[in-house]
Design a protein around this ligand. Structure first.
Ligand code: SAM
Length: 342
């Protein structure tokens, strides 16, 4: 029987698959298979560093799949797992000091003997919060062994010096921007900029964008933003302003407007969300260039959709996502893409 080939498994936020597939296509990845919210691409040494820079993907793993890779088999053929560990640890030994094995029956003698092998061969300490994350699972009808290729998820960005409560997941920010046609745009406005995730993702993905502007009415958020923007090396390119949408600030017209709309607890108790969204839509109607794109992200999509319906903007596409909050509840926000009606 042929030995199974090493693959890269990519996982991402539920609903982002079209964005992930587009990014993979742009970077010439060869897609092998797709299941639920995971996509498999072929493995090669030169693709490995490219994978670490994917912007729409939350986590990447090197994996092997075979009917025979159950813990009992692996405990007798430890080098199978060793070959995967070698790929991940090689070249970045300092990043990995600890390991964890995620496997049903992790106290069994088989799994314990695998853990002992990893500990002794790679001089790693077994820990709950570990750098090297190993899984031995049977998600469907085949066993899978895999290792996350980076200690932190790919969605954790180096520029996040501070994590503002309510800040956007960077893979969602990348996705919102991916609908803005930024390759054809020279100006980008981020209304309700918060800690500037959207602005930084746009600035990093489009180094030639002429005009990147963001505004927010919260001083604390603006100062967190400046720290993130500095860390991202974009302080000279991003123009950040303190402004309230109700004052209709004038920064000119834009080819693209992107916004992570305030909702729920993130908007002050006395503020009327409907009034805020109406003001926002009226503002965008005036500030968007004729053939520009407006892309919004919100959990309050029914409200924004009803307002957009009565506006000069038309919805041309939307994407429903599914997220788990820290409180283990589900959020079903949407990315909504709009253009001005002719
Ligand atoms: C959902 S957060 C944006 C988070 C941002 N995308 C990030 O990743 O950090 C919404 C932002 O809208 C701002 N905001 C709320 N009401 C506003 C108003 N009337 N004018 C301007 N900004 C406002 C809040 O201060 C908050 O930073």
């Amino acid at each position: 029987m042929n030995e199974p080939e090493i693959k890269i498994k990519l996982s991402y936020i539920v609903g982002l698959k079209p964005v992930v597939l587009k990014e993979l296509k742009q970077l010439n990845f060869q897609i092998l298979d797709e299941i639920d919210e995971s996509t498999f691409v072929s493995f090669s040494d030169d693709l490995f560093s490219k994978i670490k820079h994917l912007r729409s993907v939350a986590r990447a793993y090197v994996v092997l799949q075979s009917d025979k890779y159950h813990p009992a088999y692996l405990s007798k053929h430890k080098s199978v797992l060793g070959s995967l560990i070698g790929i991940v640890v090689e070249g970045d030994k300092k990043a990995f000091k600890s390991f964890r094995i995620n496997c049903a029956g992790s106290d069994s003698s088989e799994v314990r003997s695998i853990a002992k092998y990893v500990q002794e061969t790679y001089e790693l300490e077994e820990r709950e919060e570990a750098d090297l994350k190993i899984h031995i699972i049977k998600p469907e009808d085949i066993w899978e062994i895999g290792i996350q290729i980076t200690p932190r998820p790919l969605s954790v960005r180096d520029y996040k010096v501070v994590n503002m409560s309510g800040a956007m997941d960077p893979t969602i920010a990348y996705s919102v921007n991916s609908f803005c046609n930024l390759d054809q745009a020279s100006s980008y406005l981020n209304v309700f900029s918060g800690s500037s995730t959207l602005l930084i993702e746009a600035g990093q993905s489009f180094p030639n964008m002429d005009k990147l502007v963001g505004f927010d009415n919260n001083k604390k958020h603006l100062s967190l933003s400046v720290q993130n923007i500095k860390k991202a090396g974009l302080i000279k390119r991003i123009e950040l302003r303190e402004a309230d949408i109700f004052d209709k600030p004038d920064f000119g017209k834009f080819d693209a407007i992107a916004s992570d709309l305030p909702f729920g607890m993130l908007i002050s108790k006395n503020e009327d969300l409907e009034k805020l969204y109406k003001t926002f839509v009226e503002y965008c109607e005036k500030k968007l260039e004729l053939r520009g794109r407006l892309v919004v992200y919100t959990s309050e999509h029914e409200l924004i959709e009803s307002i957009l319906l009565k506006s000069h903007l038309k919805i041309i596409q939307s994407l429903q996502l599914k997220l788990i909050t820290n409180a283990n509840a589900y959020l079903r926000p949407k990315i909504i893409v709009c253009e001005l009606k002719n």
